[in-house]
Design a protein around this ligand. Structure first.
Ligand code: PEP
Length: 252
């Protein structure tokens, strides 16, 4: 099977001022400088991207954003374009996080356009998918998540798809302290991979699929041991240098 390099992505959400971000970057880099077998990215608020660029651009830690618009420039007040993210040395961008789907009403049509635009600008999109508790309890989680994957990625060619990262994040596990069991997470990540096979054939074996939802240093190893889980998207536990660095060490 082709190698899928593990990826651990921190999602800072709406946290950290400029001094806090600089302090984190300097201290975190010191702790993970020896990590060469895992890709690491910090997805930060737009306002601290320039600080991360100063501190991390030349390092092994990638810089990512948490959202973008799909146009390169124009009259779109308040939006940030993929070109602007390139300026900030970003290599990744989270697209379609459940908080954006829920609070900012992003739908699959918009998300599909953002994915395409990110790829056109050589940014790695981290596409988030995942069911809410009602779908899980009704036994509809698999069908719902497969539907999201199809709608968000259907227009991509196999060579574009290969560059996408997918994060399976059950909404009921985000920020709640409830992690999906490693078996449930594996079952869904495997279903996502089989959906990807339907779209892009054998390329699906090369696409990285992450799990996200209350991942911590204490549960990452079990999740990483699953055959279809290639890393994690980490919210709360990526905000503390010591905890995120420990999580990365435990993932290896
Ligand atoms: C997230 O922000 O994508 C996330 C998974 O958050 P947490 O790790 O805090 O559940």
């Amino acid at each position: 099977m082709p190698l899928r390099r593990p990826l651990l992505a921190g999602n800072w959400k709406m946290h950290k001022t400029i001094p806090e971000a600089r302090d984190f970057a300097v201290n975190f880099l010191e702790k993970v400088e020896n990590v060469t077998d895992i890709d690491m990215v910090i997805c930060a608020p737009f306002t601290v991207l320039s600080v991360l660029k100063e501190e991390l651009e030349e390092s092994i830690i990638h810089i990512g954003a948490q959202n973008m618009y799909y146009e390169t420039k124009g009259a779109f007040t308040g939006e940030i374009s993929p070109l602007m993210l390139q300026d900030m040395a970003c290599t990744c961008v989270i697209i379609g996080h459940s908080e954006r789907r829920e609070y900012f009403k992003e739908d699959d049509e918009l998300i599909a356009k953002k994915i395409k635009a990110a790829l056109e600008m050589s940014l790695t999109p981290i596409l988030c998918v995942g069911e809410n508790l009602a779908f899980r309890e009704d036994g509809k989680a698999l069908a719902f998540v497969r539907g999201q994957v199809e709608k968000d990625l259907m227009e991509l060619s196999p060579s574009e798809l290969q560059k996408v990262v997918i994060a399976y994040e059950p909404i009921w596990a985000i920020g709640t302290g409830k992690t999906a069991s490693a078996q449930d997470a594996q079952e869904m990540c495997s279903a996502i991979r089989s959906t990807l096979s339907g779209i892009a054939g054998s390329v699906a074996q090369q696409i990285r699929i992450l799990y996200g939802g209350s991942v911590k240093s204490g549960n990452i190893a079990e999740l990483m041991a699953q055959p279809d889980i290639d890393g994690a998207l980490v919210g709360g536990a990526s905000l503390e240098v010591q905890e995120f660095a420990q999580l990365i060490q435990n993932a290896r």
